[in-house]
Design a protein around this ligand. Structure first.
Ligand SMILES: Nc1nc2c(ncn2[C@@H]2O[C@H](COP(=O)(O)OP(=O)(O)O)[C@@H](O)[C@H]2O)c(=O)[nH]1
Ligand SMILES: [Mg+2]
Length: 223
C-alpha cells in the first residue's frame, strides 16, 4: 500500500536540470514534489515528470508566482517549500514539518547554516542578516534568517492571501503570519553551494530586485 501524501513540497524551478534528480531523490516517504516551472529551456519539466513529480506550468515569471502556483496546486494538509537547486536537502524537511503536524508551531522556517563559506555569497548573507534584525525588531519573532525552506498548514497559508508574485513572497508570508500571531519557529538546516546558476540573490540584478520587493513590503507594514 502506498502512503497517502501528508506533505506537498513546492519546488519553484527555473532551469534546474542539473540539480533536480538529486533533489527529487531526497523526498521523505509521504511527501509529494510539486515542481513549478516557468518555461525552463533545459528539460527541467521533463526530468521532474520522469522522476514522478507533479509538474505545474506557470506562465508568469517570478519566484512568488511559482511558489504561489504550487500552493494552489497542493492538496495535502501541510505544504513545504524548498529551492530546487540542491542547496538544501529535502531529507531535512521532517524537522520543519514535525512541529506543524504536532500542532506546536504554525510556520517553521529553516535557518540556513552554510557547510562552507562559498554556499552563501557575502552580499546576500549581509543583506539577509540586516533584514532579519529589522524583522526581529518589527515583529518580536526571534528569526535569524528569512530562509526559503519552510512548512505550514495549507489552509492557513491560503488564508494569508499572499499578493507578492516576485521575490517578496517569502517576506510577505512571514510578515502576515507574524501579524496573525502565528507561532513561528526557526530550525537549523544545512546549506550547500547550489548546482547551476542562481536566479535570485546570487546575481546583483536578482539581489536588487529582492531588496526592492522586500523594502516595499516593509514600508507597507508602516512600522
Ligand atoms: N518557476 C520559477 N522558479 C524560479 C524563478 N526564479 C527563481 N526560481 C527558482 O526558485 C528557487 C530559488 O532561486 P535561486 O536561484 O536558488 O535563488 P537564490 O537561492 O537566492 O540564489 C530555485 O529553485 C529557482 O530555480 C522563476 O521566475 N520561476
Ligand atoms: Mg537557492
Amino acid at each position: 500500500m502506498t502512503t497517502p501524501v501528508q506533505v506537498d513540497l513546492v519546488l519553484p524551478c527555473l532551469n534546474e536540470a542539473g540539480a533536480l534528480p538529486w533533489v527529487l531523490s531526497r523526498l521523505p516517504e509521504g511527501y509529494r514534489a510539486i515542481v513549478v516551472d516557468n518555461g525552463s529551456t533545459d528539460g527541467s519539466a521533463e526530468i521532474a515528470a520522469a522522476a514522478g513529480a507533479l509538474v505545474v506550468p506557470e506562465t508568469r515569471r517570478g519566484f512568488g508566482a511559482a511558489a504561489h502556483a504550487g500552493l494552489l496546486a497542493a492538496t495535502a494538509p501541510i505544504v513545504a517549500f524548498c529551492d530546487a537547486d540542491a542547496s538544501m536537502d529535502p531529507a531535512e524537511l521532517p524537522a520543519l514539518v514535525g512541529p506543524v503536524s504536532h500542532g506546536t508551531a504554525d510556520l517553521v522556517l529553516g535557518r540556513r547554516r552554510p557547510a562552507i563559506a562559498r554556499s552563501w555569497p557575502l552580499h546576500a548573507r549581509m543583506a539577509n542578516s540586516s533584514l532579519s534584525w529589522r524583522l526581529r525588531r518589527i515583529t518580536g519573532v526571534k528569526i535569524h534568517d528569512l530562509g526559503p525552506m519552510r512548512a505550514a498548514r495549507r489552509t492557513d497559508l491560503l488564508n494569508l492571501d499572499l499578493r507578492d508574485r516576485r521575490s517578496g513572497y517569502p517576506l510577505e508570508m512571514f510578515l502576515k503570519a507574524a501579524e496573525a500571531n502565528w507561532r513561528i519557529l526557526e530550525v537549523d538546516t544545512s546549506y550547500a553551494p547550489r548546482v547551476g546558476r542562481s536566479k535570485v540573490t546570487g546575481t546583483v540584478r536578482g539581489t536588487l530586485t529582492a531588496v526592492k520587493d522586500m523594502s516595499a513590503l516593509l514600508r507597507e507594514t508602516n512600522r
